[in-house]
Design a protein around this ligand. Structure first.
Ligand code: AMP
Length: 411
């Protein structure tokens, strides 16, 4: 199928061609006609599938076709809600690129940045607004945003949005828009709470499922290293010295872990930067740009900070900590080997992460190949470490610590 078969009009086809896209991706093939037909949509799709263009292109077309020249000033007619600032910025960049040959204007608003310049742009008028939930409600409360003319509402990365505690904000935003609007909901995974939200706000939605769980995993050379928790730093250095080269994204579970690893790698002479939730917007953008522009070749990130960010052509992903949500593993390693490149993923599993590997393998329907030949193997008898709540490390607790009954751990 060609883009022109999707009934897109000239200015949009021109922008697609200028961007160098030749054929639509599967999610674009399925989504574009439904959006143009004004259907509500619930779509399972991860980043990297081309989902941004899948909603941005038809939205632009709908807005372009129905422009009312008599209306004074621009009204916000499409609203995209995104959980993170980075993702919101990326979506806006996409809209701006695809709208290049139209007179449609978009802007992005997010927290952690000065509010006044955002108000200035809104005052001048835009057709499409991309926003994180908190800042949107804040500006709405200050009367800087009118949602009365919204025709299409997009909820992007809905699962992450709910994980981040935005459920009430999302519901509130939905209620602030006109009842008659079209809603497009995109989510990498479909946990019960996302389906529940969809059921409560979508109108007879069409379902689209582009979850290439297995194929994403299959396209990547995967390696699993069993290693003691305290030896992960050493193993990482060993692999960076001997095995892993090029542009590398390292995932850690916590901000603290990100910083610890960053300091250690810097001390060892590596060019590295990081993104996590405690960094300012400016610092996160600077780190991302440094990585994209190849000023540093290693970026360390938490899942939340990096989710949805389009970092392509990665040579390797290191799962320094094994994710406890199996879909996150597929998500992470799917960042390598994009656009036909072969990527590699290196996962470091300590004793207390073995159960996560089991659930990941269940999801991908395959065993992750184990690399046993390395200098820091995990003692096969090693038991998961047990952490006591302060003041509870009495004899009784200690005795039961290794027992099957005592599943509870405190970190
Ligand atoms: P997304 O899933 O929206 O984050 O898109 C992932 C990447 O795919 C982005 O870099 C897009 O520019 C690119 N992309 C989107 N659609 C196409 C297409 N039809 N052909 C080639 N690249 C595309």
């Amino acid at each position: 199928m060609q883009f022109k078969d999707l009934q897109l009009n000239k200015p949009i086809l021109k922008a697609i061609s200028a961007k160098g896209y030749e054929i639509p991706t599967p999610i674009q093939e399925q989504t574009i006609p439904l959006v143009l037909a004004k259907k509500d949509i619930i779509a399972s799709a991860q980043t990297g599938t081309g989902k941004t263009a899948a909603f941005a292109l038809p939205i632009l077309q709908l807005l372009f076709d129905k422009q009312d020249a008599s209306k004074k000033g621009k009204k916000i007619r499409a609203l995209v809600i995104s959980p993170t600032r980075e993702l919101a910025l990326q979506i806006e960049e996409n809209f701006a690129t695809y709208a290049k040959f139209t007179n449609l204007k978009s802007t992005v608003i997010f927290g952690g940045a000065s509010i006044e310049p955002q108000k200035d742009v809104l005052r001048k008028g835009v057709d499409i607004l991309i926003a994180t939930p908190g800042r949107l409600l804040d500006l709405h409360k200050q009367d800087c945003i009118n949602l009365d003319y919204i025709e299409t509402l997009v909820l992007d990365e809905a699962d992450l949005m709910l994980d981040m505690g935005f459920i009430d904000d999302v519901k509130k935003i939905e209620r602030l828009c006109p009842k008659s609007k079209q809603i497009l909901l995109f989510s990498a995974t479909m946990p019960h709470k996302v389906v529940e939200l969809a059921n409560s706000i979508l109108n007879e939605p069409e379902t689209i499922d582009i979850t290439p769980s297995q194929s994403t995993a299959e396209g990547v050379l995967q390696k699993l290293y069993y290693v003691g928790k305290n030896n992960k730093m050493e193993l990482c250095l060993h692999l960076l010295r001997n095995t892993i080269k090029g542009d590398i994204l390292i995932f850690r579970r916590t901000k603290f872990g990100v910083e610890k690893l960053e300091n250690m790698l810097k001390k060892n002479g590596y060019s590295v930067d990081s993104i996590h939730g405690d960094k300012t917007q400016k610092d996160r953008e600077a780190a991302l740009n440094k990585f994209k522009n190849k000023n540093v070749n290693i970026l360390i990130a938490t899942d939340v900070a990096s989710r949805g960010i389009d970092i392509s052509n990665l040579d390797a992903v290191i799962n320094f900590d094994i994710p406890n949500v199996p879909e996150t593993y597929v998500h992470r390693i799917g960042r390598t080997g994009r656009a036909g490149n072969i990527g590699a993923s290196y996962s470091f599993c300590a004793a207390d992460e073995k159960t996560y590997i089991k659930t990941i393998e269940e999801l991908i329907g395959d065993k992750i190949p184990v690399e046993a030949e390395h200098p820091y193997p995990l003692d096969p008898k090693a038991k998961p470490e047990v952490y006591f709540k302060k003041g509870t490390e009495n004899k009784k607790n200690r005795k039961s610590a290794g027992s099957k009954k005592n599943k509870k751990r405190w970190y």
